[in-house]
Design a protein around this ligand. Sequence first.
Ligand SMILES: O=C(O)[C@@H](CO)OP(=O)(O)O
Length: 319
Amino acid sequence: MMFFHLCVQAAAARQSFRMSKYKVFVMRHGEGAWTKENRFCSWVDQRLSEDGVKEALACGHLLKEAGYQLDVVFTSLLSRSIHTAWLLLEAMGQEWVPVVRTWRLNERHYGALIGLNRAEMALNHGEEQVKQWRRSYDLTPPPIDESHPYFLEIYNDRRYSTCDLSIEFLPKSESLKDVLERLQPYWDGTIVPEIKRGKLVLISGHGNSCRALLKHLEGISDADIVNVTLPTGTPILIELDENFRPTKPMQLLGDQKAIQAAIRKVEDQDQPGCQTPSIRNIKTMWEKGNIVGATECPKAMNKETVGVKSKSVTNGVGC
Ligand SMILES: O=C(O)[C@@H](CO)OP(=O)(O)O
């Protein structure tokens, strides 16, 4: 999208004529299974879709052809980010490269919105509201609670007992600002030292953990970050000076037309008309309390059990 490029070019223009000292790759994992169903996925551990697998392999081939040699890859604790790293390294023939996992790179925690269909939410709350939930900087969705169908699946998962915070202190919902606050100490304390040691680092993150990082690195304003959407499976090359300021516009590597189409696809997910095969008639299903397509849904979920009736969502974010 044009605005995205204007944002990053403006950020880089402020930093022009500096010498690049470091390079780092940031990328959103390949398409996840729930992207096809258009549901907020967040901390639910969905695997890559078939297209997502292809995207991850294609990224690896692209980086290999460009001659890059990675030294360390950082991922979240979610399988789609880890599998993307594995497939990418396999395609590069660099499977031996260490993969380091941290919850601090996890996708933004979407709280009570987890599992809900974006297009359906747009029908009920309006496109603008859903856009604000998805892309604003400091809006926090209503928190997940124990009545949510995915609560136990997330908080009983053994992987979260390995974190540097005990489970009760892990987020129950996050704004992009919250994501940056939990991510930045890890960036400063663990990733930056690796880069300073001369390592070529790739971060296989998520749409919003990558947006938070790019906001920090590129100095994108709170207002402008709303207009930044990242495509799946596209490596972004960032060049930094000795003080970790960008020296040039970040580069989304690959076929530029395909990248723009992929960005539009992600943006259009909150259009009420964006129906997926599993959502035959979203409005009717909502009215019946059947929010998601039954065949693909691992649990029976409806607007009562999900814990976000239309009004409580609206109240929760003060709109
Ligand atoms: O589902 C999610 O968790 C994210 C993408 O990973 O969704 P959105 O693009 O709406 O922020």
